[in-house]
Design a protein around this ligand. Sequence first.
Ligand SMILES: C[S@@+](CC[C@H](N)C(=O)[O-])C[C@H]1O[C@@H](n2cnc3c(N)ncnc32)[C@H](O)[C@@H]1O
Length: 170
Amino acid sequence: MIWGWIVGVAILLFGLIVFRGAPYVPSQKRYVRQAFDELYPLGIRDVLVDVGSGDGIVLRLAAERGAQAIGYELNPLLVIISRWLSRYDDCISVRLVDFWLTPLPETTTVVYAFTATPYIKKMINKMQNEANRLQRPLRYISYGNVLTGLEADATLGAYYLYTFYPLQAT
Ligand SMILES: C[S@@+](CC[C@H](N)C(=O)[O-])C[C@H]1O[C@@H](n2cnc3c(N)ncnc32)[C@H](O)[C@@H]1O
């Protein structure tokens, strides 16, 4: 009986996410490493935010390169798991938040997103608003999605790198 409840709650948590963003599918380590080496060489000066951080694999690989890594994740089970998996790493933090409703940290240099096509337009708006708010360029690494209407700085396999520049208020 108790297991039935646990499984039911888990299905609900993973299932309901689709109304707010992409469901949980982890990025592949090999490709993330390649992206952090060749597409956007990530280093100690970086503060990376993974918007929808899942089990935290991207955060751990970013921290391996000396970056500060911050995860925004809506599924509490994934927050618990990713916090546990990164418990010895001071460079990693995971917040239980909805990234649509949560501003990026002031120190953000690069955003990583593995999202779903229906959310691309909303993501472009969010990133542009954040660049405007912070008044400096923000890099954006997209896994699997082209940002329609924007030109990528570089591509590598299924990865696309973009820069959002702040727009002047008129
Ligand atoms: C495709 S997975 C990517 C996981 C991780 N970034 C990776 O690449 O391995 C998308 C993640 O975003 C989370 N998510 C979806 N909508 C969200 C939202 N509005 N706020 C925070 N997290 C969200 C999901 O729970 C899921 O873990």
